[in-house]
Design a protein around this ligand. Sequence first.
Ligand code: NAD
Length: 260
Amino acid sequence: MQLKDKVAYITGSASGIGKEIAIVYAREGAKIVIADLNKEAADATAAELKATGAQAIGVGVDVTNEDQVNASVEEAVKAFGGIDILVSNAGIQIVHPVEEFAFADWKKMLAIHLDGAFLTTKACLKHMYAQGRGGRVIYMGSVHSKEASLLKAPYVTAKHGLIGLAKTVAKEGAKHGVAANVICPGFVRTPLVEKQIPEQAKTLGITEDEVVKNVMLKETVDGEFTTTDDVAQVALLFAAFPTNALTGQSMVVSHGWFMQ
Ligand code: NAD
């Protein structure tokens, strides 16, 4: 039980990577806050965790809305008495070439990935600092925090930006025992990626199979998707790491797609 009685607030955890992190953290003894735009799915995920004997609640939140973020963090604190771990994971994808990208879509992408990270960090740090028992802030970056791909201008921009935020939180949080990290996964077969396969096939004029083999997995060492469990194990490492030694670091989890 590496996270016994720690309270973890995980955004976008009603699906995909965030949900797997919630499952792994719950197995390690954490009390879980499933914070998601989809309140119904958040409640259902919390119920699944509770059925395994874990403590969990679902909260509805749009991470781009400051009032909703603050209210959901307060709800979590009221339910479980504090916040020890923030996983800022909620995200979406929109793909277009730069010259065709609608400004509204650009702003939406930056709002979810960057405003969401900032607002949840601000709300959770306040509690972590006041509690005086340290904390862990983990951002869901991407290989696109380090590398670019066609059609993903705002995603690549936002994911690079998270590394700057994590480094700043690492420096400011150190005196409070708060560490910050970024996880940078390769392609993981979640609903977010399933949606991109036909879209990229259409935009690039190739088959869906070619998108998977020649675009998504081309540079991996084994032609394998990164799994939600691959990512969740790294999220556990950062959450449970006992000292500040790893703070400010970002780790790529991509089956060799990107090596740094
Ligand atoms: P997903 O679509 O399976 O899950 C995303 C979740 O975020 C959903 O439950 C959705 O309801 C929630 N969400 C969306 N907008 C929100 C908002 N405004 N407020 C609160 N919740 C919101 O996606 P996923 O693949 O699990 O992605 C999770 C994170 O991992 C994202 O930040 C994504 O960029 C990142 N990531 C994914 C991959 C991949 O290949 N799937 C690779 C690298 C990084």
